[in-house]
Design a protein around this ligand. Sequence first.
Ligand SMILES: Nc1ncnc2c1ncn2[C@@H]1O[C@H](COP(=O)(O)OP(=O)(O)OP(=O)(O)O)[C@@H](O)[C@H]1O
Length: 407
Amino acid sequence: MTNHLGIDTSGIADVSWLKKRFSEGDLPENFKGKNILEFSESVLQHYLLEDRRHGNSILTPDNLRTFSSYSSGERRKMLLDHLLKQRPGVLILDEVFDCLDKESIPVYIQKFINVKEEISFIQFFRKKEDRLAFIEQVKYAEEFVDPRAENQLSKASEKPAHFELPPPINQITAPEVLVDFKNVNLHYSGKDILRNISWQVRKNEFWQISGPNGAGKSTLLDMIYGNNPKAYGTDLEIFGNRKGSGETIWELREKMGFFSPSMIDLFTRRNTVLEMLVSGMVDSVGLYQQPSGTQLRCAGEWLKILGFSRLSSQVFIELPETEKRLILIARAMIKHPPLLILDEPTAGLDAMGIEKLVYFVNSIAANSETTILYVSHRPEKELQPDAELRLVPSSEGSTGEVLRFQD
Ligand SMILES: Nc1ncnc2c1ncn2[C@@H]1O[C@H](COP(=O)(O)OP(=O)(O)OP(=O)(O)O)[C@@H](O)[C@H]1O
């Protein structure tokens, strides 16, 4: 009979030490001696890097497109299929359902069931409901701590204090209508992605953008925030100007804050938490400009409302995941931009992390004039958006349905 093991990591801020141990072959006794493959964000990043270096990847079926041009959910499914096909002795699954839409989850559960007699699964999960039902043996990450090693176990911190936002140092002006899509279509080499999207985003609104994997959520955000050349020929106005005319991408970004969990890996310098926050006001991570006393005070206030004053001089990249994300959202928000874009901000967090992050985002919506665009495909129970743009896929591209919620 094949062995399977679940590792419950809920409430533990950082279990990278245990994942590293397992992926290097230091497995529990009854899993030893088998060939191991791993499904995790870091393995995915490895394939993305290879793809960028060499312009192709063994994961792309036809070599017509780069691996990085696929959506985040599509990429995860391609990696999973590739690993399953190799029939390893042990397959480590690290937060396997992150970024998968609700239609894909049962499909992959069935794929795991089909091979469970051949492959031993070791599943790391933060949310109990994510555990694969056939995995009966479950251990807590705490049980693997080596008593000789220090600091392997840091608990995720407690719920933060109530969020009253510090005011902006300078007001940024913007017109009443921030984003205006008028019958926008977008396609990539013969494949229709967006179809007749008409969507108006006004000041002081809170939007959730939803839709299954590949529906076009990130594409839509990229048209607003990014330098996507496809956005230029369309009838899309940002802050009252047609995209591609008037303001440059950098001038537009002055008025926007952006956060996506994949940003975290881009920060490699050993900046302190305070420096990271200040850099949201001086537009430079390296802090080539000296921050003013007012800017330092403002950053200090943001740390205080997050309950993170004690973290001020700690190295940002060494913090637990939830803390990093809260700080980067505060950094995106510190200037009180008219528009704040959050792309799957809770992906990969445990229930406690999600609760904190959602609470922070709700506070930003309630206590500022900033409009929020929030992408996710898991329904976020506690999130309090005013409206939802639902992307509904079809062979001719996704159409947009607008739903407005009453208080
Ligand atoms: N350069 C490209 N060439 C062809 N297709 C592309 C390209 N870039 C993106 N796509 C496709 O556009 C579709 C929309 O991708 P997008 O990343 O916007 O989806 P998404 O809704 O954010 O998905 P997910 O929930 O998986 O993150 C996907 O099917 C993707 O493969």
